[in-house]
Write a protein that binds this ligand. Sequence first.
Ligand code: FAD
Length: 441
Amino acid sequence: MHNGGVSFWWQQVGLPSPADPLTGDDVCDVAIVGGGLTGLWTAHYLREADPSLDVRVVEARFAGFGASGRNGGWLSSELAGSVRTYERAAGPEGVERLRAALRATVDEVIGVADREGIDADVVRSGVLMVARSEAQRQRLDGELSAEQVAARIRVAGAVSGHFDADCARVHPAKLVSGVARVVRERGVRVHEGTRAVRLEPGAVHTDRGTLRAPVVLRCLEGFTAGLAGHRRDWLPMNSAIVVTEPLSDAQWAEVGWEGQELLGDEAHAYCYAQRTADGRIALGGRGVPYRFGSRTDVDGRTQEWTVESLRATLTSLFPSLAGIGLDHTWCGVLGVPRDWSASVAYDPATGLGHAGGYVGSGLTATNLAGRTLRDLVLGASTDLTALPWTGHRVRRWEPEPLRWAGVHALYRLYRAADRREDAGLGRTSRVARLANRVAGR
Ligand SMILES: Cc1cc2nc3c(=O)[nH]c(=O)nc-3n(C[C@H](O)[C@H](O)[C@H](O)COP(=O)(O)OP(=O)(O)OC[C@H]3O[C@@H](n4cnc5c(N)ncnc54)[C@H](O)[C@@H]3O)c2cc1C
């Protein structure tokens, strides 16, 4: 089994060599730090709105190296954050506007991909969430019976399900490399192999020189802690994926899954899966949740414990696949703010802005955030700039070792809660409620 190599998705399309690094000091109009989907979509929409702008992206490795090229491929309308947080900012009506904007964004991403010739294996297949215990059934409150779930995907022990059509399956590396191509074609320079070390109003200081710009946008998500002065802003939470060998026709006949839905469960330590375009199952989950000192992985290399726990989840969902080979595993980091809710912000006085903190739901949200940053930077007051995550402020994470101990304790509690519920508790475990309080969700 291949472990790391950034991701299976990147290995399929081929790892790119970093291009166009910064060569000494330079100036531009907008400097975007981070070449994931947040940075790339922001560059795309800014250039589209004003082709005269000199927009640059500064990227430590290559465009799509981070979560954007490693994720589970759920282009979903899930809320990137907590309902309660956004309700406090803008009431239930504000939350509804954000939900509607995210639903529309699924179509926006698919539309851009269609228009720009980005073939990212997109299927608008929807997402099937399943409950596998009474406690999960109560939380999910789904409209599908066990039989209706089995008619789509034969998940062992599924007692009910919920289907949401506003979700598409994508190939992450094909999507992000396509967006990077489009951005470059529009005249944006993406300075790969260029690491930002410090940001200040008017300047991005990198290991290859200083890029000066009146507008500096931080789009680093799970890598934010690596930047001077931002160590405790967002916690780099780990998520890992395993990919099986291609299933045989007989194996698919056992499993079903003809609709290619995205698949998730209602466990506290939840899993997420997709049927890939080439007939495999990619299944992800938390694994070892966090590395001490906000460190990140080395090119996606995953711990053995995580691989074994994902293998156990796979065979628990699909016992007929016990013994199936795993071809690849990798991990990546997502950005988790202290209140588990995303933000988009820009201060015209300093020219500094940022977007991110989507926790595990950023694939769609990056596009919405990019369009919102565009409007904020251009000084336009729009429906997007009025969304409840705009200008949202959050306190910082605790210092180490509290941060490490807290996150690991949290996931021990979630796993304990899952075990109790799986053993027939019949309601959501109090342990999980306690964990949610500790987490501040
Ligand atoms: C394993 C996994 C599975 C996921 N599954 C899903 C899913 O199915 N659906 C979903 O909605 N979301 C999912 N997510 C989350 C989603 O992928 C992210 O929210 C989204 O891709 C964030 O994009 P981004 O551009 O903000 O960050 P990233 O894509 O992480 O981009 C940040 C970029 O900054 C660069 N960088 C880092 N440090 C520096 C520096 N000092 N200077 C310059 N550049 C730097 C990195 O190399 C990286 O390219 C998943 C995440 C992971 C890790």
